[in-house]
Design a protein around this ligand. Structure first.
Ligand SMILES: Nc1ncnc2c1ncn2[C@@H]1O[C@H](COP(=O)(O)OP(=O)(O)OP(=O)(O)O)[C@@H](O)[C@H]1O
Ligand SMILES: [Mg+2]
Length: 356
């Protein structure tokens, strides 16, 4: 028997089955978490927003299938737009063809909150768990990724004479960044959108990544053109959002949440960076104010997967190209929670085991 009927309000369904927000988003009802959904029924939403294009029957079928099985149905429409996160069919094929299972973008609204760091930590942690991981630096103007991993080598041209071989970190993580291609590391890159898309697409297609479980993409800061351009150029399967506890940072992340939702993408989880300082007596000092995590969870409908403390060791290791040496309890938590969210997005079995 159907548990969900078209006369139920969208918010009552999302409250009971939070992951249905993704199903609504795929059907163009990305308002699932906004205030309107409190009064609007599924039927009203589907006839209003979709301009009659949304099939209420299909939506009901997918919602009820989720309510019954707890799994997102295979019959879901692809994410909206031809090149949105989540990937149109064409985009998804692009990743499969390359042998890359999941492309995960790390995003935030504001600059300097630790996106690159979180991208790096995800790559290191997943590699330690035995997954095959690569890092694509989507921040054309910022050299953070190569610097953090201590990679400076110019990517050599492969035997085919066309593609590039990504240099590897000490721990064996392949890395591609515009910074590695510039004659002078310090050279500024001022590119317009179409050129950026072209470059990012080539970083994906014309680089010999090999078989990967995860390609982690470090996005440029902002909630408008720059991260959007990069996301649209790649078959993104999910987004991790990074924020800090400052109210302002939380506010811009709220915008980022909206952006991803509009694109019909999936926010896998939120990382709150610089959440506190660990004091000598073991207590946690929240120097940037109290955690905004809960608020963000409500806004985004995605779980808070880690709170990363301000740790001088992080700054030291990432500044000296040794991020792979970092070890902390929060780090384990980040990876465990990342793997726990949206399990359907993760490869079942790591190819190798053991730490690096
Ligand atoms: N939890 C932390 N503890 C200590 N230092 C940190 C922490 N997180 C980030 N940093 C440091 O803060 C600086 C900014 O971090 P990062 O480069 O990751 O931010 P970003 O969001 O990628 O910045 P941008 O917007 O410029 O790309 C770096 O020097 C990094 O080493
Ligand atoms: Mg960065």
């Amino acid at each position: 028997m159907s548990q969900i009927s078209p006369d139920m309000t969208i918010s009552s369904v999302v409250d009971r089955w939070p992951d249905t927000a993704r199903i609504f988003a795929r059907y163009g009802l990305s308002c699932a978490s906004c205030a309107i959904s409190k009064s609007e029924t599924i039927k009203q939403g589907a006839t209003g927003h979709g301009g009659g294009r949304v099939s209420v029957e299909d939506l009901m079928r997918d919602l009820n299938s989720f309510a019954d099985t707890g799994k997102l149905p295979d019959s879901l429409p692809p994410a909206s737009g031809t090149a949105a996160p989540g990937g149109g069919m064409k985009m998804r094929g692009m990743a499969e063809q390359k042998g890359i299972k999941h492309v995960i973008a790390v995003m935030s609204g504001k600059g300097g909150v630790g996106k690159s760091l979180v991208a790096g930590l995800l790559a290191v942690g997943l590699t330690r768990r035995g997954f095959r991981v690569g890092v694509l630096d989507g921040d054309i103007t910022g050299p953070s990724i190569p610097k953090m991993f201590g990679v400076r080598e110019k990517p050599p041209v492969a035997a085919d004479g066309k593609s590039l071989v990504p240099p590897r970190s000490r721990g064996g993580i392949p890395i591609m960044s515009m910074n590695l291609l510039l004659p002078d590391e310090g050279e500024a890159v001022i590119w317009r959108g179409p050129m950026v898309s072209g470059a990012i697409r080539q970083f994906f297609s014309d680089v010999q990544w090999g078989e990967l479980d995860y390609l982690i993409v470090d996005l440029p800061p902002g909630t408008s053109d720059a991260p959007l351009t990069v996301m649209q150029a790649l078959p993104i399967s999910g987004v991790v959002l990074v924020t800090t506890p400052q109210a302002l940072a939380a506010m811009v992340v709220t915008k980022a949440v909206k952006l991803v939702k509009q694109l019909g993408g999936d926010i896998l989880g939120i990382v709150e960076n610089m959440a506190y300082v660990r004091m000598p007596d073991g207590s946690q000092n929240e120097v940037f104010g109290p955690s905004q995590g809960l608020k963000l969870v409500i806004v985004s409908n995605a779980p808070l997967i880690a709170k990363v403390p301000i740790d001088p060791e992080i700054a030291r290791l990432s500044d000296s190209g040794q991020i792979e040496m970092y070890d902390a309890p929060e780090f384990e938590e980040l990876i465990a929670n990342f793997l726990a969210v949206a399990p359907e997005k993760h490869p079942q079995v790591p190819v190798a085991s053991g730490a690096t």
